[in-house]
Design a protein around this ligand. Structure first.
Ligand code: FAD
Length: 394
């Protein structure tokens, strides 16, 4: 069969592109290596920017989110043994939305496949791209039911298969440049079956290492603990996890942590990359396939959605009206925001990790940076703007 667009990957980026195309009555096929049940339960991100929420809402994709997501107005920094509340909504009028990624993916799959009639194949294996630099690209994959390789011809391929996908590798050598940044730091990412221990996100800057507390839902909370990038999660039995969290998030007057069963424990390496341009021939990359931002500033899912809005709209305009302005400017429009968020992530990484660097000079400048956010209204506003992210493009 032939589809105008084949989308590789059913994450937030791929499903959003698919939904936009279906709303414009463009046929597309989504190929996903995992099962539907798996992607609907895979916990990852949880923080959505106002711009991402409004972008979803404008495309009819936020009904459930707007009913169920929590709206946050403040976050808290803990350093020097004290609590420092940062009321960003008071400063800017803008919220952060907390909605676990798997809930959003569940909403997007349901809307795409069950409401808008989009085609999706789960459990495919060995996806390969062919002739993406010519006018007649195709995508092939091994069908899980028959074990046979199927070939799908198309006009465009949307590479939305995340950081470990295959689409990026289909770009012929020399067509793109990949810039990389590595903080040389790991975060032990934990999910705990327990209500949040505070009413907001909490960042703990401590000489023993960074610790974070991120509410996800009424009964699940994410925590992070800075660790060596090659650390083994097995080095972190429950008692050690809770002892370190108590120590690093401890501050005068802080409520005790609500402990619970650890339901996820894995080490994430804090590294980034950016592929430029995000387009080669008829292959257009979006989301983590094109750029990775370490979860330091909670920007990855937001960038993936921003790319998807632009890509979905651009493909729909080209395929239904012959207007290729959006496609021509797609990569540049995404990369401007990508680099802005990379820079903020870089800045914030120093704030989180400087105190524990072992270098008293870095620790001193980090604490000065933090104090400035609380002492200067201009610095506070600048921080809030970057923390909350740019508005939706449209
Ligand atoms: P993905 O969500 O990775 O989706 C890609 C899809 O492609 C997957 O379903 C995958 O199974 C599929 N796939 C892979 N290979 C193939 C293939 N060869 N063929 C077909 N399908 C394939 N971001 C935020 O904005 N805020 C946060 O708070 C935040 N917290 C995070 C916490 C953690 C622990 C982690 C790991 C990430 C976090 N992120 C956060 C980042 C965010 O999860 C990602 O940026 C986001 O998932 C990117 O979406 P995507 O659609 O580009 O890729």
């Amino acid at each position: 069969r032939r589809f105008p667009v084949v989308i590789v990957g059913a994450g937030p980026a791929g499903l959003t592109v698919g939904n936009i195309l279906r709303a414009a009555s463009v046929d597309c096929l989504v190929l996903e290596t995992e099962s539907r049940a798996f992607i609907e339960q895979r916990p990852r991100a949880g923080v959505l920017e106002e711009g991402a929420v409004r972008g979803l809402e404008r495309r009819g994709l936020a009904d459930t989110l707007l009913r169920r997501a929590q709206r946050h107005t403040e976050c808290e920094f803990r350093f020097d043994g004290r609590r420092h509340r940062f009321a960003y909504t008071e400063l800017t009028g803008v919220h952060h939305w907390v909605y676990p990624q798997q809930f959003l993916v569940t909403d997007l799959v349901r809307e795409y496949a069950d409401v808008r009639g989009g085609e999706i194949r789960f459990g495919v294996r060995d996806v390969e791209l062919h002739d993406v630099d010519g006018d007649h690209p195709s995508v092939s994959y091994v069908c899980p039911e028959t074990g046979r390789r199927e070939v799908v011809r198309c006009d465009f391929v949307a590479g939305c298969d995340g950081a470990r996908g295959v689409t990026r590798d289909a770009i012929p050598a020399g067509r793109t440049r990949t810039s990389r940044g590595d903080y040389g730091i790991g975060w032990l990412a934990l999910l705990v079956e327990a209500p949040p221990s505070a009413d907001s996100v909490v960042f703990g800057m401590h000489p023993r290492g960074f610790a974070g507390h991120m509410p996800r839902s009424a009964d699940v909370t994410r925590y992070y603990l800075q660790c060596p990038p090659d650390d083994d999660p097995e080095n972190w039995p429950e008692d050690r996890v809770w002892a370190e969290l108590r120590e690093r998030l401890g501050a005068d007057g802080a409520p005790p942590l609500t402990e619970g069963r650890l339901i996820e424990k894995r080490v994430l390496e804090m590294h980034n990359y950016v592929v430029e341009p995000m387009v080669s021939g008829r292959l257009l990359l979006a989301g983590d396939a094109a750029h990775l931002t370490a979860p330091i500033a909670a920007k990855g899912m937001n960038l993936a959605l921003h790319d998807a809005f632009l890509l979905g709209d651009a493909l729909a305009a080209h395929l239904t009206k012959g207007d290729s302005t959006g496609l021509d400017g797609y990569s540049a429009a995404c990369l401007e925001r990508v680099w802005d968020y990379q820079e903020f992530s870089h800045w914030l990484s120093e704030v989180y990790h400087g105190v524990s660097s072992g270098d008293p000079y870095r620790a001193g400048t980090t604490l000065a940076r933090l104090r400035r956010v609380f002492a200067s209204p201009v610095a506070a506003r600048a921080f809030a703007e970057q923390y909350l992210g740019q508005p939706a493009t449209r």
